[in-house]
Design a protein around this ligand. Structure first.
Ligand SMILES: Nc1ncnc2[nH]cnc12
Ligand SMILES: [Zn+2]
Length: 326
């Protein structure tokens, strides 16, 4: 079966670290894990209770990444799997602060990731994310260090623990990023309410909202998102695993589509949440009884929302229009 052509706009490369690779890297770099049994490690992923319970495991696992080749191998494995999922274009988040705090140099991280992107079988670019719980000064310091490698990333994002770390705290670092010609996105409305989405739009000036699933609670916000065609990068299996929704049947994706929002489907952290972008499409199609035209619209939205060139977007759009939805 030929997979639907899509763009993946919300995936954390660190969240693509499959248990097998985690164990292999732990052995290669002599890093201790609670267990070396990949099945036992993934079993723990079935018991997250919220975003923080996931982040605790996600950050701890990243201690296995030590050498430039580790960063290369992680990114290369994701890009191979993405190609098989039908991804034509990937805009991939990375969290440099985690690795810097583990004692790894910026160069090892970004050059490892960028080398894999350069060798990618699909179109891909990097987006540097700030960890919001480490605060705005650390974010600014990270951006200044990253600017030495400016050619290796196209934009900035904001991730990690959301509640209590509102977008407005990061106004200055986003202004600096804007001045450098970087694209701007931010996680908002994943666990926090519509006020965080408003701030991301009006204070940070972001071009896309990552998640944004809590936006439907505010009709004025919905009207704004629709009028400005602001893309929302929704991650259904992530919302299910982190208990943002009780079941996929209750997921707001279909309501967002029906409200005329520019929603896309993405995987977030596929190694932890039970699947890549193709698995997310299959899951929501079944749970929300999406029509073939809903599915095609989601694919078209993903290309429209991407930061690729007009020419590439038009080519992929034509492919999605011609694709058989199977
Ligand atoms: N879903 C998510 N929300 C916030 N930060 C993250 N970092 C990795 N995945 C994340
Ligand atoms: Zn995310």
């Amino acid at each position: 079966m030929t997979p639907l052509p899509v763009a993946e706009l919300h995936v954390h490369v660190e969240g693509t670290l499959e248990a097998d690779l985690l164990v292999a890297l732990a052995r290669r770099n002599d890093v201790a894990l609670p267990t070396y049994d990949a099945a036992a490690l993934t079993e723990r992923y079935r018991h997250f209770t919220n975003l923080q319970s996931f982040l605790d495991v996600y950050y701890a696992n990243l201690a296995v990444l030590r050498e430039p080749t580790d960063f290369y191998d992680l990114m290369a494995a994701y890009l191979r799997r993405a190609e098989a999922a039908g991804v034509r274009r990937a805009e991939v988040f990375f969290d440099p602060q985690t690795h810097l705090n583990n004692g790894i140099g910026f160069e090892a991280v970004i050059e490892g990731f960028a080398a894999a992107v350069a060798d990618a079988p699909i179109s891909a670019d990097l987006i540097l994310c700030f960890l919001r719980d480490l605060g705005p000064e650390a974010a600014e310091e990270t951006l200044r260090a990253a600017l030495k490698f400016r050619e290796h990333f196209i934009g900035v994002g904001l991730d990690s623990a959301e509640v209590g770390h509102p977008p407005r705290m990061f106004k200055r670092v986003y202004e600096i990023a804007s001045g450098e010609g970087l694209r701007k996105v931010a996680h908002a409305g994943e666990e926090a309410g519509p006020d965080y989405v408003w701030e991301a739009l009006d204070v940070l000036g972001v071009e896309r909202i990552d998640h944004g699933v809590r936006s439907l609670a505010d009709p004025e916000l919905v009207a704004r998102l629709r009028a400005d065609r602001v893309p929302l990068t929704v991650c259904p299996l992530s919302n299910l695993c982190l208990k943002g929704v009780g079941s996929l049947a209750e997921h707001p994706l279909k309501a967002m589509l029906d409200a005329g929002l520019l929603v896309t489907v993405n995987s977030d952290d596929p190694a932890y949440f039970g699947g890549h972008v193709d698995d997310n499409f299959a899951a929501v199609r079944a749970a929300l009884a999406l029509t073939d035209e809903d599915v095609r619209q989601l694919a078209l939205n993903s290309f429209e929302a991407s930061f690729a060139s007009r020419e590439d977007k038009d080519r992929w759009r034509a492919e999605a229009l011609a694709a058989r939805i199977s």
